[in-house]
Write a protein that binds this ligand. Structure first.
Ligand SMILES: C[S@@+](CC[C@H](N)C(=O)[O-])C[C@H]1O[C@@H](n2cnc3c(N)ncnc32)[C@H](O)[C@@H]1O
Length: 287
């Protein structure tokens, strides 16, 4: 769960509190974040729901309206936040985020540098990974995007874990004050190769860099640049495949066609991870 206060501790509260954030779930593809207020009301096609009725209920509760319609109140985890945040840019989704956080070896206490901030989708998971005493410094050259990201980190209670800076990282690099301080650096920039020399300077010995690019030409140029300062350079494409499972006929051992019949009820569903044109996002990791 995201922390629900502004201290650097992660909250393990399981109950909904006044002033807190909840994810209102109507359907798997209809969810939104709602900040609770004393007199707040949620009105949707299922009826009217008063925020005051939600206080003290555990996350996951099913809440009914007077008309008999219902919603679920879910905890604002980074996974759900990524699905409900306002898309100011293209964003990273769960498959890439999990891979990046794991391979960047991010653990509590780490110092992570990121650019660009974009919509803050990745930054939210980075913040949870470094909590309670680490720090994420994220930079975007677009002032309004940086300001909106700051507002979102306030809303999600992460502002003490994430610092948003306005800076042209491709042109000016990361600030000198971070020299040899970062455990990991993440780049999601149109010309990441321009930022790689600076990333090498801010990384500690054995630090890890990850660059995320939609086009193979960007990956190629990044890899060429990486060879001057990094040794173990690897490129990945992450594909997530979800399955829609339906109830169906169970095969018996005598029934030769049974397994085929039951598999027909299990359909592959494409996952909406790639919204960056025709080419597929690639992740380059280097140490
Ligand atoms: C695709 S978005 C990043 C999305 C982010 N990873 C997320 O998950 O929400 C790329 C961001 O890089 C920023 N950007 C582009 N060039 C930049 C530069 N030279 N310096 C800093 N930020 C830059 C853009 O303003 C944009 O917000």
């Amino acid at each position: 769960m995201l922390p629900t206060d502004s201290t650097k501790t992660l909250s393990f509260k399981r109950c909904i509190m006044e002033g807190g954030l909840v994810i209102v779930y109507e359907r798997h593809d209809v969810m939104k974040a709602v900040k609770l207020s004393e007199k707040g009301v949620l009105q949707n096609r299922f009826g009217m729901f008063k925020h005051s009725d939600w206080i003290g209920k555990p996350f996951g509760s099913k809440i009914f309206s007077s008309r008999g319609g219902f919603i679920y109140l879910l905890a604002p985890t980074p996974e759900l936040w990524t699905l409900v945040l306002s898309h100011r840019t293209q964003i990273l989704y769960i498959a890439d985020i999990s891979f990046v956080v794991m391979y960047l070896e991010i653990v509590p206490g780490c110092v992570v540098l990121e650019s660009g901030t974009g919509s803050g989708s990745l930054s939210t998971s980075l913040a949870r990974a470094v909590a309670p005493n680490g720090q994420v410094y994220t930079f975007d050259f677009h002032e309004q995007r940086a300001a909106s990201a700051r507002e979102d980190f306030e809303r999600t209670g992460l502002s003490s874990l994430v610092t948003v800076g306005v800076r042209d990282i491709q042109g000016d690099g990361f600030p000198d004050e971070f020299s040899a301080r970062a455990d990991s650096v993440f780049l999601d920039l149109p010309q990441p190769w321009l930022a790689i020399p600076s990333a090498a300077k801010v990384l500690q010995q054995d630090g890890v860099l990850c660059s995320f690019s939609p086009c193979i030409e960007q990956v190629q140029r990044s890899c060429e640049m990486l060879t001057s300062s990094f040794t173990d350079i690897r490129t990945f494409e992450i594909l997530l495949q979800t399955y829609e499972v339906r109830e169906g006929h169970l095969p018996s051992w005598q029934d030769g066609d049974g397994i085929l019949a039951s598999l027909k009820g299990c359909k592959k569903r494409p996952h909406p991870t790639n919204e960056r044109g025709n080419s597929r996002p690639q992740t380059v990791l280097a140490r």
